[in-house]
Design a protein around this ligand. Structure first.
Ligand code: RIB
Length: 307
């Protein structure tokens, strides 16, 4: 296993989590279980996944000049993540996410972006050398779209593989799509990008065809407990997951993306990188919380494709 440079650009949040039997409907108040405060944010979760699974992770992000921000940076250091490019916003608070998790492990999340919303092109410029010499640039959409587009172009022009997890779902320009090595939406995000309701392998295939027609060669659609669908160039693959009882699905997608990048950076074929990602995400859903649930490399080693 050789460590490859994986740069993650994205959000850092503190997650405020309550578990309840079911998620409330609009206008309803329900009583839940204990309250927990956990480190989260799609960008931060993905950086932690990369580092725990064997990549050399640098995280480019922005926090507020407050306790939550300072705590997050300390935790990233403990995770062996390079924090040289975590910027601080003098006015905005650090990002916070309100999360409800039901008894099936399904969740509902609202993010108050705070300082994540001010991560800008100027910050990306400060990390230009790092981005241009990375093996992989991994991003999500909890930071401004023009920052994502700017970093993607910078990396793409130097031959760096750009991998995008388009979460939360948003419209993507064809210009951004053309910079991507792989796009990794879940079923809801794939629906938003393609107009196809993704419920099974066949609808995933239709959605992948539409998404790839916008200029991206590789599309990996995650389908929760079903597994993941791959469109790689002109080939299609269905990769089911093991049967797992989910406790909390928070950060399963983030773990998948981090693991997928580590696999690709180590030269695994896309199918095997997805198998590794399925395995890692499968462990995440059996545990509570975001970063607290992400596995280490030795936990996924049992699979024959993973060294
Ligand atoms: O993907 C899970 C993450 O989404 C949570 O940790 C929360 O912070 C939101 O960003």
């Amino acid at each position: 296993m050789s460590e490859k440079k994986i740069v993650v650009v994205g959000s850092s949040n503190t997650d405020m989590v309550v578990k309840s039997d079911r998620l409330p409907v609009p206008g309803e108040t329900i009583l839940g279980g204990a309250f927990r405060m956990n480190p989260g944010g799609k960008g931060a979760n993905q950086a932690v996944a990369v580092s725990r699974l064997g990549g050399l992770a640098t995280f480019i992000s922005k926090t507020g000049n407050d306790l939550f921000g300072k705590q997050s940076i300390e935790m990233f250091k403990e995770e062996n993540i390079n924090t040289d490019y975590i910027f601080s916003d003098p006015k905005l608070p650090s990002g916070v996410a309100l999360i409800m998790v039901d008894s099936n492990g399904e969740n509902c999340i609202v993010v108050a972006s705070g300082a994540n919303s001010s991560l800008c092109k100027n910050d990306i410029d400060k990390a230009r050398k790092l981005i241009e010499t990375a093996d992989i640039l991994l991003m999500q959409l909890e930071i401004p779209m023009d920052t994502v587009e700017y970093a993607a172009k910078m990396a793409y022009e130097k031959g760096v593989k750009v991998i995008l997890n388009p979460a939360p779902a948003a419209f993507l320009s064809n210009e951004l799509m053309k910079c991507l090595h792989t796009i990794v939406p879940n079923n809801n995000e794939a629906e938003m990008l393609s107009g196809i309701k993704v419920t099974n392998w066949e609808s995933a295939r239709q959605a992948a065809d539409i998404i790839s027609s916008k200029g991206v060669d590789n599309v990996v659609i995650t389908l929760g407990s079903k597994g993941a669908f791959i469109k790689e160039g002109n080939s299609y693959h269905e990769i089911p997951t093991d049967k797992i009882v989910a406790v909390d699905t928070t950060a399963a997608g983030d773990t998948f993306c981090g693991a997928f990048c580590v696999g690709i950076s180590e030269g695994l074929p896309i199918i095997d990188a997805v198998k590794m990602a399925n395995k890692a995400a499968g462990i995440t859903v059996t545990r509570e919380g975001a970063q607290s649930s992400i596995p280490y490399r030795n936990e996924i080693k049992k699979s024959s494709i993973i060294k």
